[in-house]
Design a protein around this ligand. Structure first.
Ligand SMILES: Cc1cc2nc3c(=O)[nH]c(=O)nc-3n(C[C@H](O)[C@H](O)[C@H](O)COP(=O)(O)OP(=O)(O)OC[C@H]3O[C@@H](n4cnc5c(N)ncnc54)[C@H](O)[C@@H]3O)c2cc1C
Length: 388
C-alpha cells in the first residue's frame, strides 16, 4: 500500500496495541504498521522484567495501569488462550526514608479500587524468606505479579492482522515526510515512500529522534536499564512474589522475582543512552551484586545465567505521551512508555485508538497525556520517572 489513513511507525507494544485497537474499531484496513526489525517486538518489549505493578506516584498513571491490568486479567474473548497474568503477588517494601511517601501514593489513589493489604514484618518474611532488607512498611498486591509478554504480543499481532492491519517487518523509516508543516507519511530506507493522513510515532527510544528531525519540539529521554538472572539454584522458590524495594534516597530502588529456577534482579539504575549505541555496562553487574548481597544475602554467590539491558524512554513528568503533536499536523505520538509499557500498553493503545478516530476520552487523561506539555518541559536528569 502506498497510501493509508493511519501509518504506525514501530512494532513494539505501543504500536501493536494501537494497531489492535484501531482494528477492533473497524479501521484495520486503513492501517499500516512499519517495523524496522525482521521481527516485531524485539526491542524494549522483548527485554523487560514483565512485572505487573500498578501503583505509582502519579494517581492518573495508577488509574491507567489499573484499567490496563483489568484487560490483562480478562482480555476480550479470543484474544489468547492462556492467562496473561501469573498473580503470584507483588510486594512493595519501603525502608524508613520512603515509607511515608509510598503510603502517600496509596492514599492518593482515593476511590479507585486497588486490592492491597498492609504486610507485617513476619508475614513478609513468610512470603519471601530470602529477602532481608531493612523494611519500615510493606504492602502486598495479591492480584499483581508477572505478565506473559509472549502471549500478550501474540494476541495483539493476531487480532491486528485478523482485523486487516498490514504489519510490515524489515521496513525502517528513515525520515517522516513533511510538506508545508504537515507530516504526510514516511520515507523508508531504500527510498520507498508511504503517505498517510496521520503518522503515529510508536518507535520507543527512537521516536524523539524521528520527531525532532521532522521539526517536532516534543522531548523524550531514552535511558538504559539492566536485568540479571541467576543460574538455577536450590534457594529460589517459584511461588515467591515480586518484591520491589524502596531503599534510602541515596541507595535507590531494587526489585527481584523468581525466574525459572533462578532469580531476576534489577538495581533500578537510570542512564541516558543513545538508542543506536545501546550496549551492556559491565559495572552494573557489580551494582546489582552489591544490592543482592545486602538484601538477599543467600544469593550473593549465585552464578549469572543472563545479563542484558533495554531502553526505558522517559518523559519530563513520568506520564506517557499519547496524542497529536502540538505543532505538526498529521503527527500523533504513542511514546514515552517509560518503565510501565507492558502493564499499561493495552490501555495506552485504547486511548490512542479513540483519539485517532475522534472518539471521546476522559478529559483529564487527554490533557494529562497530551504531548503538547512535553514541548516546553525539561527532560533529563532529575525529571521524574516511574516504575520498572
Ligand atoms: C530493563 C527493563 C525492565 C522493564 N520492566 C518492565 C516491567 O516489568 N513492566 C512494564 O510494564 N514495563 C517494563 N519495562 C518497560 C517496557 O519494556 C517499555 O515501556 C515498553 O516495551 C515500550 O514499548 P514501545 O513499543 O514503546 O518500545 P519498543 O518495544 O522498543 O518498540 C519500538 C519499536 O519501534 C521500532 N522502530 C524504531 N525506530 C524505527 C524506525 N525508524 N522505523 C521503523 N520501526 C522503528 C523498533 O525496532 C521497535 O520494535 C521495562 C523496560 C526495561 C528496559
Amino acid at each position: 500500500m502506498t497510501r493509508c489513513r493511519f501509518l504506525i511507525v514501530g512494532g513494539g507494544i505501543a504500536g501493536l496495541s494501537t494497531a489492535w485497537h484501531l482494528a477492533r474499531a473497524g479501521h484495520g484496513r486503513e492501517t499500516v504498521l512499519l517495523e524496522a526489525e525482521p521481527h516485531l517486538a524485539s526491542h524494549s518489549t522483548a527485554r523487560n522484567a514483565a512485572i505487573l505493578r500498578t501503583l505509582s506516584s502519579d494517581p492518573l498513571s495508577t488509574r491507567i495501569a489499573l484499567t490496563s491490568a483489568d484487560f490483562l486479567r480478562q482480555p476480550p474473548a479470543g484474544f489468547c488462550d492462556v492467562p496473561l497474568v501469573d498473580a503470584k503477588g507483588l510486594v512493595l517494601a519501603a525502608g524508613p526514608e520512603r515509607a511515608d511517601e509510598i503510603a502517600g501514593w496509596l492514599k492518593a489513589v482515593g476511590e479507585t479500587p486497588i486490592r492491597v493489604e498492609a504486610l507485617s514484618a513476619a508475614r513478609l518474611r513468610a512470603l519471601s524468606p530470602a529477602f532481608r532488607a531493612e523494611v519500615a512498611a510493606a504492602w502486598s498486591f495479591p492480584e499483581e505479579g508477572r505478565i506473559d509478554i509472549g502471549a500478550l504480543v501474540a494476541g495483539f499481532v493476531r487480532g491486528a492482522q485478523a482485523g486487516g492491519v498490514e504489519l510490515c517487518r524489515d521496513r525502517e523509516v528513515e525520515e517522516l515526510a513533511v510538506e508545508d508543516g504537515r507530516v504526510c507519511g514516511a520515507r523508508m530506507r531504500g527510498g520507498e515512500e508511504i503517505s498517510a493522513d496521520t503518522t503515529v510515532l510508536a518507535a520507543g527510544g527512537w521516536a524523539a529522534g524521528l520527531g525532532s528531525r521532522a521539526g517536532s519540539r516534543v522531548a523524550l529521554r531514552p535511558t538504559r536499564r539492566h536485568l540479571l538472572v541467576t543460574a538455577p539454584g536450590p534457594e529460589a522458590r517459584r511461588e515467591w512474589p515480586v518484591i520491589w524495594y524502596f531503599g534510602s534516597v541515596a541507595e535507590g530502588e531494587f526489585y527481584c522475582r523468581p525466574e525459572g529456577d533462578g532469580m531476576l534482579f534489577c538495581a533500578c539504575e537510570v542512564t541516558d543512552v543513545d538508542p543506536n549505541a545501546l550496549g551492556i555496562d559491565p559495572d552494573v553487574q557489580g551494582a546489582i551484586a552489591t544490592k543482592v548481597a545486602r538484601h538477599l544475602p543467600d544469593f550473593a554467590a549465585a552464578g549469572v545465567a543472563h545479563f542484558w539491558c533495554g531502553m526505558r524512554t522517559l518523559t519530563g513528568d513520568g506520564r506517557f505521551a499519547v496524542g497529536p503533536d502540538p505543532d505538526l499536523a498529521g503527527l500523533f505520538w504513542v511514546a514515552g512508555l517509560g518503565g510501565a509499557g507492558m502493564v499499561c500498553g493495552a490501555e495506552v493503545g485504547r486511548i490512542a485508538g479513540r483519539l485517532l478516530t475522534g472518539e471521546p476520552v476522559a478529559p483529564d487523561v487527554e490533557t494529562g497525556l497530551s504531548p503538547a506539555r512535553l514541548a516546553e518541559m525539561r527532560v533529563g536528569r532529575g525529571a521524574r520517572q516511574r516504575s520498572a
